[in-house]
Design a protein around this ligand. Structure first.
Ligand code: ADP
Ligand code: MG
Length: 279
């Protein structure tokens, strides 16, 4: 079994009155492998956050099953085992900070897990080093940039030694530098520590560097594949309210004007490589 698997997963939010509510997720079958870097994309309201919250038991399927590390997430007795292993970084950096000093904030998760005090010290120092925030350990979080706050949030998760980190539009409120910091950290954790990364995003430039892309539309799995496979289907991507990465858009435009550029171009570096010989 893979690190995350869903089997005909469906989810309907409870309604307060007797009004009819449509399911937020329907028949979702996905598998995420250990060590993979997966992007989840889809229009606003397509169900991305609702799905992500299943991965750490914030949501429990109302239909079907969700397995995380082979545990059925509906098994209440496994809730904290799962939450320890699956960290989530959310969109608003200010909503995730709970302490007034950076290192205390990072210690919050392991303290909740009941980790011995001397281990917490070690884990906090290590986590801050890994995200490059060790010089800010004694600082007040509100003094930090958005990107730095998100890195502190990541350190708080790392201090619990997770198997998976889910980023739910964690770069949406950041400036370009902050976006870059967070994405570079995510890729570093994936490559160097083998942490499975799930990145929910609206930015197609971020998607290009993932192993696999899952496209949601209207609560259903619309498409999945490598970035190459998914972005080769320009019409379908546009039809569900998404767009191609800039380089792919440019390549498509140039092809329509008769310039000979391959369908696989997703980054500006690849674009330059293909264009130079033509000049
Ligand atoms: N707490 C909630 N209660 C009721 N409906 C919700 C709640 N959160 C999300 N929804 C609905 O579920 C659907 C999927 O939302 P969401 O998972 O937030 O999408 P996304 O993250 O892709 O923007 C939407 O129709 C949304 O209105
Ligand atoms: Mg969302």
């Amino acid at each position: 079994m893979e690190i995350i698997e869903t089997n005909e997963l469906g989810f309907t939010y409870p309604s307060n009155e007797d009004q009819v509510v449509t399911p937020a997720l329907k028949d979702i079958n996905i598998k995420i492998k250990k060590g993979e870097f997966v992007s989840i994309v889809g229009e606003n309201g397509s169900g991305k956050s609702t799905l992500a919250k299943h991965f750490n038991t914030l949501n429990i399927p109302t239909e079907g099953i969700c397995y995380v590390l082979s545990y059925n997430t509906a098994d209440e007795s496994k809730k904290w085992d799962i939450r320890k292993e699956v960290g989530m970084v959310f969109q608003n950096p200010d909503n995730q900070i709970v302490a007034t000093i950076v290192e205390e904030d990072v210690a919050f998760g392991p303290e909740n897990l009941g980790m011995p005090q001397e281990n917490i010290r070690l884990e906090v120092d290590k986590a801050l080093r890994v995200v490059g925030m060790e010089d800010f350990a004694k600082k007040e979080p509100h003094m930090l940039s958005g990107g730095q706050k998100q890195r502190v949030a990541i350190a708080g998760i790392l201090a619990m030694n997770p198997a998976v980190i889910v980023f739910d539009e964690a770069t949406a409120m950041l400036d370009p530098k902050g976006k870059r910091e967070v994405m570079e950290t995510a890729h570093m954790l994936n490559k160097e520590q083998g942490i499975t990364i799930i990145n929910i995003t609206h930015f197609m430039e971020e998607v290009v560097y993932s192993d696999r892309v899952i496209v949601l539309n209207n609560g259903e799995l619309y498409m999945e594949g490598t970035p190459q496979e998914v972005f080769a289907k320009e019409k379908e991507i546009v039809s569900v309210g998404l767009e191609l990465p800039l380089a792919a858009k440019l390549a498509s435009l140039l092809r329509s004007k008769g310039v000979n550029i391959s369908e696989n171009v997703l980054t500006l570096e690849e674009m330059v490589k293909q264009l130079c010989p033509l000049i």
